[in-house]
Write a protein that binds this ligand. Structure first.
Ligand code: ZN
Length: 321
């Protein structure tokens, strides 16, 4: 993750623009439409268990470091597949090879839909995403918060939605590989491998999702939570309103500038996205050995889970011109 340098944001934006233009050309014949979204019941937020989410994070951390192609990554994939299967979701491995500063690497995103959702290549109206991989560093780095926390929240959301098939039918869960750069910081050619590939695949679908939500580093109550300033104004206002009611220990605020994370490739396809991320800029253990399970608070995971589900119970996709 995650440089906040505007020139890099613009660079990645420019790449996205090229992709979008390519899609527009092809889109003239098929004119993909965004899939209509029907807000889910507000009651689902009450069912979110921070203890359950924390248990998932603990299990994932116990697999050890999980950079792309590692044993820990494969164990994590298998854990996600078996857990999602137990909740009645169908998973698909989305594999691809990409050039990295360390040479070609085989990446694997894990995509999950409920059986009541439309078959591929159609879109569900909502995509909830987060990264699985942990950054490859010179020491054993398990990324309990950076990569683990959002994964735990997404699994608990899967459990809850499986009790409401019409709600589950509207959501695709996208667990991304390769969010982390192989070099220190994300650049236009290093990092966000999984979300870029997924975003490219989105552009080939006959219809498009209407709302994206991306979570990252959401497990520590000692830090502020940022939402993305590029999100539609209505998204930001709704998050502020809901977060106020949930009484986070530290405020949930609009980030002071663009943050490069997995939501950026999705946004660059035109998808309206909400991105929630803990304030890693003041987190002394970010990309350090201290990003361990003791930093993860079930209560914080629960607030983020409730925030996500309440957002989905009230949000309307912004109208497009
Ligand atoms: Zn990171």
């Amino acid at each position: 993750m995650k440089l906040r340098l505007l020139p890099i944001a613009l660079s990645i934006g420019a790449l996205g623009l090229v992709l979008s233009l390519g899609q527009c050309k092809k889109a003239e014949a098929t004119a993909p439409q965004r899939v209509p979204y029907l807000p889910i019941s507000a009651e689902h937020a009450d069912s979110f268990s921070g203890a359950n989410a924390h248990d998932h994070v603990a299990k994932i951390v116990a697999f050890g470091p999980r950079p792309p192609q590692s044993e820990g990554y494969e164990k994590t994939l298998k854990y996600l597949e078996s857990t999602l299967d137990s909740f009645g979701w169908k998973t698909t491995r989305q594999t691809f090879r990409a050039a990295t500063p360390d040479g070609p690497v085989d990446f694997t995103n894990l995509l999950a839909r409920h059986p009541s959702a439309p078959d591929r290549p159609n879109s569900t109206p909502v995509i909830i995403g987060g990264h699985i991989d942990s950054k490859k560093l010179s020491f054993p780095f398990v990324g309990a918060n950076d990569g683990g926390s959002s994964t735990g929240v997404m699994l608990e959301i899967a459990r809850i939605l499986s009790s409401d098939h019409p709600a589950a039918a509207q959501v695709e869960l996208a667990f991304f590989d390769g969010e982390e750069a192989f070099r220190p910081g994300i650049t236009p050619s290093d990092g966000l491998y999984g979300s870029k590939f997924f975003a490219h695949e989105l552009g080939t679908r006959p219809n498009w999702p209407a709302i994206g939500i991306v979570l990252d580093i959401v497990g520590d109550p000692d830090f502020r939570t940022f939402h993305n300033p590029e999100a539609p104004t209505s998204f930001g206002n709704l998050v502020d309103e809901i977060a106020g009611k949930l009484e986070f220990a530290k405020p949930v605020v609009k980030a002071p500038g663009p943050i490069i994370d997995d939501h950026v490739p999705l946004q660059n396809t035109g998808l309206p996205c909400l991105h929630l991320i803990g304030d890693f800029t003041t987190m002394d253990y970010w990309h350090q050995p201290g990003d361990t399970l003791d930093k993860i608070d079930p209560g914080m995971l629960e607030k983020v889970g409730k925030l996500t589900l309440r957002f989905l119970s009230e949000v309307q996709p912004p109208s497009e011109n």
